[in-house]
Design a binder for this molecule. Sequence first.
Ligand code: IVH
Length: 668
Amino acid sequence: MTLKEATEQAARLRRIIEEHNRHYYMENKPTISDFEYDLLVGQLAGIERLFPALAVATSPTQRVGSDRTREFAQVAHKYAMLSLSNTYSIDEVRDFDGRVRKMLPDAPEYVCELKFDGTAIGLTYVHGFLRQAVTRGDGERGDEVTDNIRTIGSIPRELPPGDWPDEFEIRGEVVMPFRAFEQLNDERRAAGEFLFANPRNAAAGSLKLLDSRIAARRGLDCIFYYIPGDRLPFETHFDGLKKAAEWGFRVSEQATKCRTVEEIVAFIDYWADARKTLPYATDGVVIKVNALAQQRQLGLTAKSPRWATAFKFKAEQATTTLLSVDFQVGRTGAVTPVANLQPVLLAGTTVRRASLHNADQIALLNIRLHDRVIVEKGGEIIPKVVGVDLSQRPADSLPFQFITHCPECGTPLVRDGGEAKHYCPNDTHCPPQILGKILHFASRKAMNIVAGEATIERLYREGLVKDAADLYSLKKDDLLRFDNWGEKSTDNLLRSIAGSLQTPFPKTLYALGIRYVGETIAKKLADAMPSIDAIAQASIDDLLTIDEIGERIAQSIIRYFADESNRRLIVRLRQAGVQWEKSATPSSGSNRLAGTVFVITGTLSRPREDFKTLIEQHGGRTAGDVGAKTTHLLAGPNAGSKWARAQKAGMEILDEEAFYHLIHTNSF
Ligand code: IVH
């Protein structure tokens, strides 16, 4: 690879990775798996290793991956990281107080604190030194991010002399102050990178940076609010906070003792407004029973302690001008209107775009271009338009016209009876829909071609794959040239494509993506009809005799096969070797793995789901984690703690090859 090629390739990968970051952080809707994402970052890292000059500080390899990076060790929490029950009304706070009083022999005292809107962290100190920092994760296990936590200036790495326990944990919220957040996004905007939706995402993302030197520059802070454990040198939560402050921690400084609901309400009322002057985001008030003895009496439920609750502030609103509306066409042809707004500060961040949902919603809210609209930021990442200030409507304003034609392909839009969304019906020639069909075809439950969505998207964009059948004519040289891929990834992709020809008929039928023909209907169809030809020739009446197939589905099937381009696609797929008939020999299993319990870990050549199926076909079982009942570990490269534990426990550890050997087969 020449430097020029590498530069281009790195730029291309960065663009794609940035796009996925956007899906993940901005839209909260990842479109590829973590594994596929890691592969992309891995490819980029490979190029940067070859050409170190390309490893600029803003490269995604140097920055945030996501909270799905595998590079962090998973650590079990000593005390589960529970969440808090939420309330939105003072009445519910009264109910909470009522429950607490009923369960306790003595009247409680409460502590009210602000609820900080960041990301939770648990720090363990041993002999006064910061030993370990773990994110919440799933509450049971989290990521160990100690190196990044050490870069936060206000977190003590070593405690001053004091009466701290030899070993203890302290929990708090890592927050990114608004100033640091705005500055970070300004820099990112200038560099053409995706922007973080809010300080919470930015804080969480920064903790997952692989390079602590970059994390150090993110302006993070941490506010502590809880010390779990039972042998502690204080009797009340409030005294615990005081102690923590003495030991050098920044604690929740607004904490106030309250005796009655009225005092709690006064705290809430005050901070509902006053919080807007704070340098970081808060989203509620946490009310905790103060005495640790009473906390113990109240105990926990499976999800949250009974001794605490969170009152959440209402979503903040702002008013701004609707500048224009974009229409996005999704992979199913659904059209979504998105508002472009005069940038406005909302809940500490600048909002530029907001969702308008669909034409009904626009009509219901009576929204027009250039209106002053009210936007709200709730729990979701994308804010929404919730109303219009009619008093400010310009005199010459006209009712909003929803588009009538697809912005991608120009086809007149349709709206099926009862559906809120407009659709582009051109599912054979509209670019986002063609791509959608190819992705569906390749997806795990269909042909199970192990190529990341990003790869397929690129193959499509570069014109190498224009429909599903083109996948089968991909040449190794094309791929190597087109993407500078390594031999290995190219071989893997081609092998996976070739392997997909073994996919049985019900799945190949499902893979076509006929509207309303999901997995179950595809199975029913394949049960009732011996081949694709039989289905293509079936009349409405034939189809209606099949279990679970009604008018709507039957019509859709007829429509699909009436389309010349669909029929051509099926012929080409047949030429490639796709199975369009029911196979006579169902895939056979055995009892070779009876009594075994497998745990699967590390990087394998196929999705874990596939190995799980194979193990089950041969009479074995699988488990998520290494435990007393585990008998075997199937481990690929990069296996982590599971491998270590399995080895310690003396379990049989197999790589893929040994596994195939065990079941006497050499493929899927
Ligand atoms: S106390 C067992 N206090 O809110 C109770 N949590 O929804 C431990 N949070 O996981 C939590 N500010 O990440 C507590 N002053 C505060 C808090 C707070 C923010 C977060 C924390 C917790 C989540 C619960």
